[in-house]
Design a protein around this ligand. Sequence first.
Ligand code: GLA
Length: 380
Amino acid sequence: MKKQMTELHQTIYNQSPQTVIFVPGRVNLIGEHTDYSGGFVMPIAIDLGIYAAISERKDSRIDVYSDTFAKLGIQTASKPYQYHPEKQFLNYIEGMCSVLESNGHTLNKGLSISLYSTLPSGAGLSSSAALEILIGIILRQYNQLKIDDLTLVYHARAVENEYLKLSSGILDQYAIMFGKKDHAMMLHTRLMKQAYIKINLTQYTLVLMNTNKTRKLTESAYNDRFKTIKEGQKYFSGPLDTVSYEMLLAKKTTINNDIIFKRLAHVINENQRVTDAKKALLANDYKTLGNLMNASHDSLKTLYEVSCEELDFLVDAHRQHGALGARMTGAGFGGTMIALYKAELPCFEALKIAYKKRFNYALEIMVTSAVSGPHIKEEL
Ligand code: GLA
């Protein structure tokens, strides 16, 4: 890939890059919609991601070309930084510049950047968080900013929360920055305590299927879930991740609101499932892990109501195909689902055809592995 990135950069800027960096995407094995209430998540960084080739400029402009948005040509990050949907990927670049500057950092190095992504964008595999972390790392490196990795993760999240006004948690940016080859991470998002757990993707296989469904209402529905959980938190004096299902049941009549109760039930049980999934992985018990993934999906479908017909169709199909577990991953309402299989995969050709016939979207199938966080290409 280094060669291709060098060629791309030369074609666009007529210059050789000084550095090539790869930043992975992420997939969450279990622990969905738990991170914005301090709960548990268990992601892996995946081998699909974004590559950047970088060279310094004589002026102080930040120029970025993205192969995914080739039609837009070279874009320049310019002040005043302001979100606009038409700016597409540039919003994340300007968002990161804005967050870094408002945190007192000076960005005066001119850079020419070329991007190439193997991560489908808007597919629930964190292409936005990957871009935020990637740009953060580049700006840090070239402007010699003193920012540690975890602070950079918080800055990347601030791009979502403050610049794009999306109330997302820390899952995506954290998983991307701290991913470890052949390991999943269990993160307690309230205490920011984390453990790596070995995942055996030699005897077991993780399949990703991108529904290719355009996710229109994701942002408003996501912020809506965030508000409901905040509302639900008020019924408990301690943090939600310390609340058991029994404690929730005892409050059912006080809560007296079916929606709040259902949403809380999902989060509380999902937190427990992540803890159980960690035990299962440590015990090499992939059957239990699969069952927990299935239970997670069913809860996201019926209690949290963030699944959709396409995701449910694929999850059901995997269960019929003999998957140990299958579930949606990420925010939901479309995007990608994940299935866990033992050893050999079944043939998915008939499923592809049936999916296309039913929903008129192409089904994208990817087999993935757990990789390490951002690395300079020479080290790969
Ligand atoms: C999105 C958000 C994450 C997390 C997931 C759902 O990916 O960015 O913070 O809330 O949805 O688990």
